[in-house]
Design a protein around this ligand. Structure first.
Ligand code: DAH
Length: 338
């Protein structure tokens, strides 16, 4: 019996040493402590021994069993603690964000999202423009007093027709370009930077943004313009607002209108944001002037259209509470992160 037990002890110690996974330990456990395991076999052999021998080896074997079970448990704990744990289902740590959309880009995307489903396609116009597309083609001839509306920054260069180049003062420069490129029916939109020789203050910046819309087809009339103004304002500011037209002069539209939005802060009752008027001006618009259609090579008796331009900067300021337009163009990280 003694020899048998010695052999068994060696066997167990060896295998315990070699075990290096939880499944090795499980096999060892079954081999030794299972119903048909080695310990049980030895216990069976005890029954054949004398009472004295039984009294000697019985308790000893029981102690051995308890010790081994403890050793197995210890080793199990050691193995499972040190084994590398890789749980690929575990959610990843959040990736730190290093940036976000610039507010103007955010506004651009929001605006395009509203107009794209209506079938508008986005066009672009150059920042450095000639006199024709920015002024003359839009019915603003040289020396016309209306040029004073746009304090223009000129570039010290001329184009190939010896016409002075300038920084576009509005996105309306896309109108004739789009009409030349795409024939009616046409629905285009453009979001971009414009430049003026402004006296700078919280409401004026030499660089600013505009959004322009142009629709030309047969039988386009003011009601289309009114519908679109309402639609846009409700989409961007919510159902409480609505549009209001006031007569306003722009040389490239006839009739021309100023588009007001009912103040969303006081629902038109009058408050400090809208200077107690209940409304704020957000866009200029009107029916495309027959001269502009003619300049585009179209017959104004056959075609009509409307143009609409709004200042996204002002809208953004209204929506976010930013109180100085210059913040939007200075690239100040502290402002942009805030
Ligand atoms: N271009 C005008 C401006 O800079 C805004 C504008 C007015 C655009 C009337 C239009 C329009 O398309 O029809 O003030």
């Amino acid at each position: 019996m003694k020899d048998l037990i010695e052999k068994l002890k060696q066997d167990f110690t060896n295998r315990l040493d070699k075990a290096n996974s939880a499944s090795d330990l499980e096999t060892l456990r079954v081999d030794f402590f299972g119903r048909k395991g080695k310990l049980n076999q030895i216990f069976k052999q005890l029954t054949r021994l004398s009472v004295e021998e039984k009294q000697k080896w019985g308790p000893y074997l029981n102690q051995l069993k308890a010790r081994w079970q403890k050793a197995l448990a210890n080793k199990h704990q050691k193995l499972t603690q040190t084994a590398p744990v890789a749980d690929f289902n575990f959610p990843a740590f959040p990736v730190p964000t290093f940036g976000r959309l610039h507010p103007i880009e955010w506004m651009r995307q929001k605006t395009l999202e509203i107009f794209t489903p209506l079938g508008f396609i986005e066009v672009d116009g150059p920042h450095i423009e000639n006199d024709w597309y920015n002024f003359e083609g839009l019915n603003i001839p040289p020396g016309h007093p209306a040029r004073d509306l746009w304090d223009t920054l000129y570039v010290d260069l001329k184009d190939d027709k010896n016409s002075p180049l300038l920084l576009r003062t509005h996105t309306s420069n896309i109108q004739l370009r789009a009409l030349q490129k795409y024939k009616p029916p046409l629905k285009v939109m453009s979001f971009g930077r414009c430049f003026r020789h402004e006296v700078l203050d919280p409401r004026h910046s030499h660089t600013f943004s505009q959004f322009e819309v142009l629709v030309v087809d047969k039988n386009i009339n003011m009601s289309h313009l009114k519908w679109l103004s309402d639609y846009f304002l409700k989409q961007i500011l919510g159902e409480v607002t609505q549009s209001r037209f006031r007569p306003k002069y722009y040389p490239f539209v006839e009739p021309g209108v100023g588009v007001d939005a009912k103040c969303v802060f006081c629902a038109g009752q009058g408050c400090s944001v809208c200077s107690n008027s209940g409304w704020f001006e957000i866009a200029g618009a009107g029916m495309v002037h027959p001269q502009v259609l003619t300049n585009a090579g179209l017959d104004p008796d056959e075609y009509s259209g409307f143009a609409w331009g709004f200042g996204p900067d002002r809208m953004l300021m209204l929506m976010t509470g930013v109180d100085d337009i210059r913040q939007l163009y200075q690239g100040n990280l502290n402002f942009l992160k805030g």
